[in-house]
Design a protein around this ligand. Structure first.
Ligand code: PLP
Length: 393
């Protein structure tokens, strides 16, 4: 059967091939270490589980308004004020089935055919595909490793054309863990205002920052920037709630209204029970997430040191999220591989460590390693990668 053109151009997730191979090796009885995961290895805290249970017992198992229950919108509004210095009314917020669906819906309501969206590379794999599915064209701009993978205002400006509709700012970033400071965001914001382009600010890793740097939402920098920005966030990473599928967007009323209309014909509403769980997550003071963050921080420091000491591998130290994104091009070349993808496949076959090649993130010299796993496993993974590199020199 002939499928629609729009899905024919979809690129399969870059994690897929490696994950399939890793699974196959596991089934054959091999001791495979998978560093591909994009979610916390902690369970959702108990008080959130209890809230979900109560919601179920109390009959909160029905359709809700498409844009989310009012109490949750209010809790999100309070969170945005408290954490980000942003004031949004309830009709400027939509609760979605994960941040991923907030982005998907946003691109659907924003883009006409061939509208361009600037995607700084390295990027999260779903941005380009979602833009293409909405008929738009992703325009990639390489943010240099020498500049900690940060897009400069000059690079941004040079990539703007008459078709540019929006730019994505993802800070802290998946896959690099870099984050922009206030001054950098101000300068990028100036360029966006000058050329009247929207800013899609994906702040999903906001709560996972391991330095003293403060997370700044670009929308908070001025009234003009707030009107030009759609903030995307969610609870998947901040509250170890990836499976519950709760995210949200906040921005201009007209955009949120269009998104809500579209959601009413696609998802109907995010899962009712998850919404009550998210409400409890935002309304309860609890430090279990601090413990998760401390664990990530400890793993980051240990793993970063171990990976960085391997010959031919160099890594910009991430400030947030839970990934390392080292450049392994030299190690791959020294090991006799002409590209990093082949090196990654050989590493999996020989040492049974699964990493994700950077090619899927628009950075073919790098690999992404998630440290959302125990220190012991990370130490073993680093040992195997080092052994592979040294054995092949
Ligand atoms: N944005 C980024 C940068 C991500 O890494 C992810 C998840 O991996 C998401 C958005 C989507 O998160 P969710 O749909 O689970 O809320």
């Amino acid at each position: 059967m002939e499928l629609a053109k729009r899905v024919k151009t979809l690129t399969p997730s870059s994690t897929l091939a490696i994950s399939a191979k890793a699974k196959e090796l596991k089934q054959q009885g091999h001791d495979v270490i998978g560093l591909g995961v994009g979610e916390p290895d902690f369970n959702t805290p108990g008080y959130i589980l209890n809230a979900a249970n109560n919601a179920m017992q109390n009959g909160m198992t029905k359709y809700t308004p498409s844009g989310g229950i009012l109490e949750l919108k209010q809790a999100i509004s309070n969170k945005l004020t408290k954490d980000n210095g942003l004031e949004y009314k309830n009709d400027q917020i939509i609760v979605t089935t994960g941040a991923k669906h907030a982005l998907y819906t946003l691109f659907q309501v924003l883009l006409n055919n061939n509208d361009e969206v600037i995607v700084p590379a390295p990027y999260w794999v779903s941005y380009p595909e979602q833009i293409k599915l909405a008929g738009g064209s992703p325009v990639y701009v390489n943010a240099l490793e020498e500049n900690e993978f940060k897009l400069t205002p000059a690079e941004l400006e040079a990539s703007i054309t008459s078709k540019t509709k929006a730019v994505i700012i993802n800070s802290p970033s998946n896959p690099t863990g870099m984050m922009y400071n206030k001054e950098e965001l101000e300068k990028l914001g100036e360029v966006c205002l000058k050329h009247n382009i929207l800013i899609v600010s994906d702040e999903i890793y906001e709560k996972l920052i391991y330095t003293n740097d403060e997370h700044v939402s670009i929308a908070s920098l001025s009234k003009e920037l707030k009107e030009q920005t759609i903030v995307i966030n969610g609870l998947s990473k901040s509250h170890a709630m990836t499976g519950w599928r709760i995210g949200y967007a906040a921005g201009p009323k007209s955009i949120i209204k269009a998104m809500t209309n579209l959601a009413s014909h696609s998802t109907s509403n995010p899962t009712s029970i998850s919404q009550y769980a998210a409400l409890a997550a935002y309304e309860t003071e609890n430090d279990s997430m601090e413990e998760m963050k401390e664990a990530f921080n400890e793993r980051l420091n240990r793993f970063y040191d171990l990976i960085n000491e391997i010959p031919g591998i160099s890594c910009v130290k991430p400030k947030g999220a839970f990934y390392l994104f080292p450049n392994v091009q030299k190690a791959a070349a020294d090991n006799g591989y002409s590209n990093v993808d082949d090196w990654v496949t050989a590493l999996l076959e020989e040492e049974k460590v699964a990493l994700i090649p950077g090619s899927g993130f628009g950075a073919p010299n790098n690999v992404r390693l998630s440290y959302a796993t125990s220190i012991e496993i990370l130490e073993e993974a680093a040992k195997r990668i080092k052994r592979f590199v040294l054995n092949h020199q």
